[in-house]
Design a protein around this ligand. Structure first.
Ligand code: COA
Length: 129
């Protein structure tokens, strides 16, 4: 289902449990991130218990980017991660999805039809600082 504000606490708990600090460090900012224009965030939830979530940013036509994907440790290997990714892409729109993979998730992504490139994360700081 689509992310709603009522899912925020559950999403932040999953992030904290995984050691992801960016979203939990500022819940109001996290809410803006998870509901941003051009993004689609979907959750797998049992009532208010959030089992996993995924955010895809997209131009709505060709290119999409997976910015967040997390399934709670107790709910992995049940197909949720795959379903979340494909649902978020379908709802965001786009013919293809790019992402940067954590080393531990590489073999999960290799289960999809895919091509592999070297990935970069660019920061705006001047080089050397
Ligand atoms: C990566 C992650 C999202 C996978 O979620 P999941 O719900 O366990 O994945 P699924 O159950 O949908 O798995 C789909 C397929 O990938 C396989 N798979 C899942 N995780 C795998 C892993 N770590 N290594 C190898 N294969 C994996 C499953 O066995 C399944 O195979 P099948 O299609 O042959 O049955 C989850 O492990 C997770 O949240 N990890 C921590 C956060 C993270 O790394 N996020 C990605 C950041 S880039």
């Amino acid at each position: 289902m689509d992310f709603q504000a009522a899912h925020l606490d559950g999403v932040l708990e999953l992030c904290s449990a995984e050691g992801w600090q960016s979203l939990p460090s500022d819940p109001q900012r996290a809410l803006r991130v998870l509901t941003c224009r051009g993004g689609r965030t979907v959750v797998a939830a049992d009532r208010t218990l959030v089992l996993g979530f995924c955010q895809v940013l997209s131009d709505g036509e060709f290119q999409a980017y997976c910015s967040l994907l997390l399934v709670g440790a107790n709910f992995r290997r049940q197909g949720l991660g795959r379903t979340l990714l494909l649902t978020a892409l379908e709802r965001a729109g786009g013919e293809r999805l790019d992402l940067l993979a954590e080393a531990t998730a590489v073999d999960f992504y290799r289960r999809f039809s895919h091509r592999e490139w070297a990935g970069f994360r660019i920061y705006p700081d001047p080089v050397g600082e």
